[in-house]
Design a protein around this ligand. Structure first.
Ligand code: CP
Ligand code: NVA
Length: 329
């Protein structure tokens, strides 16, 4: 059966089969090659897309906008709508569904992106919720394919840090779906919910993935990918507690060496607190004395770090998602 994703929403990769994810990755690689060659096929010509943001963003917003411009779609950025304040999510979804062919949503509750999808009648793409960040994981898988010289099924990825945040959850889902070896390395209180882990263990039985969690950073041994994310996500404020819990899990040169793999790459969805060049980074420094948080500046800037390729790939993968769900391909 050929893959056909027309009309589908992307709320979480849980809803996609490995074959469908493979299709999106292949399309992303293809669109990247075409963009580099200056080939544009107007695959989104005549389409109107709205980007709803209830949290801040650099990559996700710009990736959606550039992808739309590249392929001939019109795009509206909306961050100060009536939604939630004077108008329900349901009514907003019904209105936007009358104007637009697709809706990107970044917000808090996963239930909200689900409501938008249910009520709008058009594809909805999750641009990050507290629980999930599926478009980021597509870019991450694409980047791994570019840098790690083996099939995804043979790749060991270690997520080190807040393993129950949106990135920890969604990488677990992506790894389970693609048959990878996933190790979440974090204090037990920051492991994903038992329900999600059990659900992904079921997926793993089908795909051959191996999923485990550990409190011991020595378990990075043999990793092909070390992945981390901020210790305090958007909407959270508990720096003291997280610093206390996660300081031993900072990705630094010693942790990279503990992989015993000189080809191991470092990944981060960004933005990252790896220096004192941010307001929040400076505040944390003044209060807690840290000059860097989840990753050292040394590792961030090292040759193992592929974070800016990963950021670029947000655009190619988001373009693929839109082309596959509302485009001409
Ligand atoms: N990685 C990511 O989603 O970045 P933004 O918050 O800048 O969109
Ligand atoms: N966990 C981070 C991801 C940012 C892309 C956050 O939610 O702030």
């Amino acid at each position: 059966m050929p893959v056909n994703l027309k009309g589908r929403s992307l709320l979480t990769l849980k809803d996609f089969t490995p074959t469908e994810i493979r299709y999106l990755l292949d399309l992303s690689h293809d669109l990247k090659i075409k963009k580099r060659a200056g080939i544009k096929n107007n695959l989104l010509e005549g389409k109107n897309v709205v980007l709803l943001f209830e949290k801040t963003s650099t990559r996700t917003r710009c990736a959606f906008e550039v992808a739309c411009f590249d392929e001939g779609a019109s795009v509206t950025f909306l961050s100060n709508s009536q939604m939630g304040k004077k108008e329900s999510l349901e009514d907003t979804a019904k209105v936007l569904g009358r104007y637009y062919d697709g809706i990107e949503y970044r917000g808090y509750k996963q239930a909200d992106v689900e409501t938008l999808a249910k009520c709008s009648g058009v594809p909805v793409w999750n641009g990050l919720t507290d629980a999930d960040h599926p478009t980021q994981v597509l870019a991450d898988l694409m980047t791994i394919e570019e840098y790690v010289n083996k099939p995804l099924k043979k790749v060991k990825i270690c997520f080190v840090g807040d393993a129950r945040n949106n990135m920890g959850n969604s990488l677990l889902i992506g790894a389970a779906k693609m048959g990878m070896t996933f190790v979440g390395i974090a204090p037990k209180s920051l492991w994903p919910s038992e329900a999600l882990v059990a659900e992904m263990q079921e997926v793993a039985k089908q795909t051959g993935a191996t999923i485990s969690f550990s409190e011991d950073t020595a378990d990075v041994k043999g990793a092909d990918v070390i992945y981390t994310d901020v210790w305090v996500s958007m909407g959270e404020h508990n720096f003291a507690e997280r610093i206390n819990l996660l300081k031993p899990y900072q990705v630094n040169a010693a942790l990279m060496q503990a992989t015993e793999n000189p080809d191991c790459i470092f990944m981060h969805c960004l933005p990252s607190f790896h220096d004192l060049e941010t307001e929040i980074g400076k505040q944390v420094h003044d209060e807690f004395g840290l000059t860097e948080m989840e990753v050292t500046d040394e590792v961030f800037r090292s040759s193992a770090s592929v974070v800016f390729d990963e950021a670029e790939n947000r655009m190619h993968t988001i373009k693929a998602v839109m082309v596959a769900t509302i485009g001409k391909q």
